[in-house]
Structures are given as structure tokens and as C-alpha cells.
Design a protein around this ligand. Structure first.
Ligand code: GUN
Length: 289
């Protein structure tokens, strides 16, 4: 049995936001420009509405301007594209985030491709994804960035470690693999078609759950002493009939096996918004020059 350390993403994100608030104040003082983050929400997905509300609140708390556009679910794709173009041209807007998922009649790739890469604070535009892949300066997706910050804080150097990322999404799995490669990890991306997934996971010094399947990664898939980062946020029925949030990792089973693990909630989640605010300040600095 090892003693499993809890990785407190909530506290780390709070410290980060306090530092950002000071940096934003210095930037405003120096340039007279208030960094502005525009968030576009199409439709009424309840989880998305919660995220957007939290983003708006924390943007204001950091001393930045929050511009929210909430559009009905049946908004035509051309109208979403026209809004993105208007935000691209608006000097008060330094960061643009279009909340995903979008309704099925809208081509998400077409929308993301329309965002000015300099304002793409999600790092989802192919220009930013490509820049990350070839090792150029890029706006980097927020959740993967938050994961790597927690790993660096927990482990120090990640060089030479075996990292297994379970999940291959464009939002988390793929960019996280790129970031871990940049940290000199040996990186495996595993997914639903991976043969002997438990065996692949057991190789990992760093194990990342990013599939969106409640408690899929079991305790005996974890190498003793490994660092586990759980990106999943899944709502399941609790014993009391109310919903409760669980990650992609069976958290109770990981106790005594993992060396360190992020809880759900309070692990990776708060880091995503903190990194979004950091990206918005970075984007504003580059635009204001
Ligand atoms: N939906 C779930 N996560 C994200 C994210 O990081 N950015 C955006 N735009 N949508 C999301």
C-alpha cells in the first residue's frame, strides 16, 4: 500500500487566479486596455450553461471584460459565423470562445476555423493545433494545459516518464499528448479500440483519464505509485437518488495504489477556467503589442 496524495486543483487554480488578477491590473495600468473575453453559447445544454456562467464570473473577478452572446438552439450556422467575424473585428475583444458541443446542424470545425487564431483562447483552431504540434508558440487548449501544470507541480520534471492518455479527443487527448511530448515524456494515446487497455494503463507513471466514461479506469489498472489525472466529469445517479459527479477513474479503488490523484470535482475542472483567463491575458498582450 502506498499513501495516495490528493492533488488540489481548486487551491492551485485559486492561487493562479489571484496572480492573474495582479497581472491584469498591471497590464491595464500600462496600456489602458482591459482584456476582453467573448463567449458564444448556442442552445441550452445545461452543463454548458453552468460552465459559461462560471467563466463570466471569474473573468470579471480577474479584472477582465466578459462579453456573452447567448443564441437560441435553432440559430443558423451563417449567423454564428457572422457573429464570430464581428468579434474578430472588435478591438475590445481579445479572446473568443465558442462553447462546445454546438447543435448538430452547425459544423463545429467551420465555426472554429473562422475564429482569428490570435484570439483563439481555446487553442482549437488548426493553426494553433499545428503550431503546438511543431513546437512553435501557440495558444494551447486550457484543460490539457491545466493537467500539465498540476503534473509539474506534483512531480517536478516529467522527462523520461511513461505517460498514458486514455482518450483521443481534439479538446483534451490529442493536445495533452503533444504537451507531454514537449515535457519529454514517452507518450501513448489509448482509446476504445486499444488492445489490453488495462495492461497499457499499468505501464504508466502518469495516467490520464479523458474519455468521459464514469469510473472506467479501475484501481488494478494503476501502477503502484503512479500519478493519476482524472479529466472526466460524469453525472451518475447517487445512492440517495440525487445525481453525483464522478471521474473516469474509480477514485475509491485508486486509494492506496496511486501515488497521487486529482479528485472530481476539485481537480482538473477549476484549472480549465484559470488557464482560459491566462490565455486571454496572453492573447491581449500579443494583440496590444
Ligand atoms: N466544452 C467542453 N470543454 C470545452 C472547452 O474547453 N472549450 C469549449 N469551447 N467548449 C468546451
Amino acid at each position: 500500500m502506498v499513501e495516495t496524495r490528493l492533488i488540489d486543483g481548486k487551491a492551485f487554480a485559486e492561487t493562479m487566479r489571484a496572480r492573474l488578477k495582479d497581472e491584469v491590473a498591471a497590464f491595464v495600468n500600462e496600456t489602458g486596455v482591459t482584456p476582453g473575453l467573448a463567449v458564444v453559447l448556442v442552445g441550452e445544454d445545461p452543463a454548458s450553461a453552468v460552465y459559461v456562467r462560471n467563466k463570466g464570473k471569474q473573468t470579471l473577478e480577474a479584472g477582465m471584460a466578459s462579453i456573452e452572446h447567448k443564441l437560441p438552439a435553432d440559430t443558423a450556422q451563417d449567423d454564428v459565423l457572422a457573429l464570430v467575424r464581428a468579434l474578430n473585428a472588435d478591438d475590445a475583444v481579445h479572446g473568443i470562445l465558442v462553447q462546445l458541443p454546438l447543435p448538430a446542424h452547425i459544423d463545429a470545425q467551420a465555426v472554429l476555423a473562422t475564429i482569428d487564431p490570435a484570439k483563439d483562447v481555446d487553442g482549437f483552431h488548426v493553426v494553433n493545433a499545428g503550431r503546438l504540434a511543431v513546437g512553435l508558440d501557440a495558444l494551447v487548449p486550457c484543460t490539457p494545459l491545466g493537467c500539465v501544470m498540476l503534473l509539474r507541480d506534483t512531480l517536478g520534471s516529467l522527462a523520461g516518464l511513461e505517460a498514458v492518455v486514455v482518450g483521443r479527443s481534439n479538446i483534451v487527448g490529442k493536445p495533452l499528448a503533444q504537451l507531454l511530448l514537449r515535457e519529454d515524456c514517452t507518450v501513448t494515446i489509448a482509446h476504445s479500440r486499444t488492445r489490453d487497455l488495462p495492461g497499457v494503463c499499468r505501464r504508466a507513471d502518469i495516467l490520464i483519464g479523458a474519455v468521459g466514461r464514469p469510473e472506467m479506469i479501475r484501481g488494478d489498472w494503476i501502477k503502484p505509485g503512479a500519478t493519476v489525472i482524472d479529466v472526466g466529469i460524469n453525472r451518475v445517479a447517487g445512492a440517495d437518488g440525487k445525481g453525483r459527479l464522478v471521474g473516469d477513474v474509480a477514485f475509491a479503488e485508486a486509494q492506496g495504489i496511486a501515488g497521487a490523484i486529482t479528485p472530481v470535482p476539485g481537480g482538473v475542472g477549476p484549472m480549465t477556467i484559470a488557464c482560459l483567463l491566462a490565455n486571454t491575458l496572453t492573447a491581449a498582450r500579443r494583440q496590444v503589442g
